[in-house]
Design a protein around this ligand. Structure first.
Ligand SMILES: C[S@@+](CC[C@H](N)C(=O)[O-])C[C@H]1O[C@@H](n2cnc3c(N)ncnc32)[C@H](O)[C@@H]1O
Length: 301
């Protein structure tokens, strides 16, 4: 069977499934809708480019595909709007945390928290935060600086669950990119959150989001993490923003902070093994690179 015919068959089956299930448009089925839209996108590479002839897809089928996609995307936008509205009024944590819990309950069966992949929770968070994607305005990075990649959303909710942030905490994301972590922390917890990021375009995008959503407890500094005053932070997060000597230098600064008060350091990715070697830090978990590791300082030096 040719590729085009296989695509058409898979697409026809998927569209028939969607059309037969009107409940898919209910607000509570957001996560299923995101998955269905993902499948639709995979089966329909040429419809978005409005060139159905290129894939020999039946025109009527194309029309039905466009129609179901528009209805499902519209239903998603309505949920995002309502969550944004709640956040602006200060009651946004409950729906967002509720969605993260639903996602986790489904994930216990299908996608565990471990891993670097993105999934439906990232689409949901993206729809709510509406961050501008990184654009050409972004400058070159030094060799030891790691280019932007966001923490998968399920890890951020995992961090918030396990760290138990309170109103006495200030979480500092060192190398905060577009700001997902500080933004979600300020929406979902009582802590303050600060993002430190070198790239001005990312900082501007994060600040714009915080302003639009009335997030008074999220702040973004356009700075080199090596030169940042870390004295207000109680929890520091690093999604491997830098490596080598740069990471060494920031770990030394964190060590200085830990000499005068208890701090926690949370990491994700390849920087975790290096952080785990720090004698002034301890952890109760076996640190792995594909789930956030949480370290506590050992007490005053
Ligand atoms: C892997 S991304 C992590 C983004 C964000 N923390 C998250 O988890 O969604 C690393 C970020 O660190 C930034 N970065 C790299 N070196 C930096 C430095 N010395 N000071 C501040 N930001 C830095 C990069 O521009 C990039 O946006």
């Amino acid at each position: 069977m040719g590729r085009a015919l296989m695509t058409t068959n898979a697409l026809a089956t998927l569209i028939a499934e969607i059309e037969a299930d009107p409940s898919l448009e209910e607000p509570g089925r957001l996560l299923q809708r995101i998955d269905v839209l993902d499948r639709l996108e995979a089966d329909l590479p040429d419809v978005r480019s409005a060139d159905p002839h290129a894939a020999s897809i039946d025109l009527a089928l194309c029309e039905r595909a466009r129609d179901v996609r528009a209805r499902l995307e519209g239903a998603n936008r309505a949920v995002y709007r309502s969550i944004r509205c709640g956040i602006r009024c200060g009651s946004g944590a409950t729906p967002l945390v509720g969605w993260a819990e639903k996602h986790r309950a489904a994930g216990d069966v299908t996608t565990p928290v471990h891993g670097e992949h993105y999934d439906s929770l990232d689409v949901l968070v993206g729809g709510v935060l509406r961050l501008s994607p990184p654009g050409p305005a972004v400058g070159e990075l030094d060799q030891e600086m790691v280019p932007y990649q966001p923490t998968p959303a399920r890890h951020i909710f995992d961090l918030m669950d396990r760290v138990g942030l309170t109103e006495h905490d200030v979480l500092v994301d060192l190398g905060s990119g577009l700001g997902h972590v500080p933004l979600l922390v300020s929406i979902c917890t009582d802590a303050e959150a600060v993002g430190v990021e070198l790239q001005p375009a990312y900082v501007e995008s994060a600040r714009r989001c915080a302003r639009t959503l009335n997030l008074s407890r999220a702040a973004f500094l356009q700075q080199d993490a090596r030169e940042t005053d870390l004295s207000a932070g109680t929890v520091f997060y690093l999604f491997t923003p830098f490596i080598g000597g740069m990471l060494r230098s920031v770990l030394d600064s964190l060590h200085v902070q830990a000499a005068s008060r208890a701090i926690r350091v949370c990491t994700l990715g390849p920087c975790t093994p290096m952080v785990a070697e720090e004698p002034w830090l301890k952890t109760e978990d076996a640190p792995v690179t594909d789930r956030i590791a949480i370290f506590g300082s050992r007490g005053r030096a």
